[in-house]
Design a protein around this ligand. Structure first.
Ligand code: ZN
Length: 362
């Protein structure tokens, strides 16, 4: 096994916690306890983003923020029908083709999660003309076994209740790969906790924040408020990007097992070449593999780098297959490459390095 029991448990727990955008409380609660148990102070914004904080002994020390998003894509209940079946609407980007007959969980007012399934038409009854391109999430029904609207309401489910597709954590190929839901971006939260464990008793020449933002999947909203809260000099965004190595029509940058992503371009940010070079240098020092990557998507970096007068922002991502489904697969060596590089970078970073990086744009 490449990861020990404690690390695997962290992946299992965090990936199996449920938290769509705007309803990340379960994840935030777990992080809060973890950060406090490691002896860090807490800092929170008013949307629910949460950070562990370590103050430097150096006066006027720069501020470094390491952020991952807590939310996952999912659904909300939109209509409760008289027959007890429920309509849903997506929160974040979901491919409708991945949904029929999937087991789902709905959050109740009492904080419980009840299991159900997205209704599907059996092949026997399928219309010959049914086209997959016509799949419309708003027409899907979710069946929790209720027989009436009254039963649904009595169980504490209402319009707006969170629905997530269930995805049990599974270790594949003797621990070389992991399967589970929401590695986007629980990957980043696991890595954040490991970073906090590593630097727990070490003095740093900068004030360090490591934490989780809310509502990334619906438009980088928690990153916006977190940037206002922390006023950082350097932000490192941990996120999980779509692999392009498992579909013959889509082979390209982002291959599992080929290392940390040097994400040089995406829709939300024109990456800072000086930071990509710094990241590559640190990866070399850590003796791990890297691969260049561009993405049609975005990350929290898109909001962080535009905050204040502009902030040096770096994405520190790995790729995973089947992103935004209940069955994401990541490569553990990639995870370890990201971890080793981040530790190396944080051990290197100080005011002198910051001045050098800032100097590029002056
Ligand atoms: Zn993400």
């Amino acid at each position: 096994m490449l990861l020990n029991k404690k690390q695997l448990k962290l992946f299992k727990t965090l990936s199996e916690l449920n938290g769509i955008s705007g309803q990340e409380n379960e994840v935030a609660r777990f992080l809060k306890e973890k950060y406090l148990s490691l002896g860090y102070e807490l800092k929170t914004d008013r949307l629910g983003s949460i950070f562990a904080f370590k103050k430097s002994k150096v006066e006027n020390a720069p501020v470094v923020a390491v952020a991952a998003h807590m939310d996952e894509v999912g659904f909300i209940v939109t209509l409760i029908n008289d027959n007890g079946l429920v309509n849903i609407a997506p929160i974040g980007g979901v491919n409708p083709q991945t949904l029929y007959a999937k087991r789902v969980l709905v959050g109740t007012k009492g904080g419980k999660f009840l299991e159900g399934v997205i209704d599907s038409t059996p092949p026997h009854l399928l219309d010959k003309d049914a086209k997959t391109s016509d799949i419309d999430i708003s027409k899907m029904l979710v069946d929790f076994g209720f027989t009436s609207k009254e039963e649904v309401l009595k169980a504490g489910i209402n319009s707006g209740s969170m629905v997530v597709v269930k995805g049990d954590f599974t270790i594949l190929n003797d621990g070389k790969r992991l399967l589970g839901k929401a590695f986007d971006d629980r990957y980043g939260l696991v890595l954040g906790i490991e970073i906090l464990e590593y630097f727990k008793d070490k003095d740093l020449p900068f004030n360090l924040y490591v934490g989780g933002t809310v509502q990334e999947e619906v438009g980088l909203r928690g990153a916006t408020t977190s940037a206002n809260l922390l006023n950082p000099d350097l932000v490192i965004v941990l996120d999980c990007s779509p692999a392009r190595d498992s579909n013959s029509a889509n082979v390209g940058e982002g291959q599992l097992g080929r290392g940390l992503l040097l994400r040089y371009h995406d829709r939300s940010m024109l990456s800072f070449p000086e930071l990509i070079a710094y990241q590559e240098e640190m990866a070399k020092k850590a003796k791990v593999k890297t691969q260049y990557f561009s993405s049609p998507g975005g990350t929290d970096a898109g909001a962080f780098h535009k905050s204040g007068e502009g902030v040096l922002t770096l994405t520190h991502c790995i790729c995973a297959r089947n992103l935004h489904t209940c069955s994401t697969i990541l490569d553990v060596e990639d995870y370890l490459a990201a971890k080793k590089t981040l530790i190396t970078l944080l051990n290197d970073f100080d005011q002198t390095r910051l001045n050098k990086l800032k100097g590029v744009r002056r």
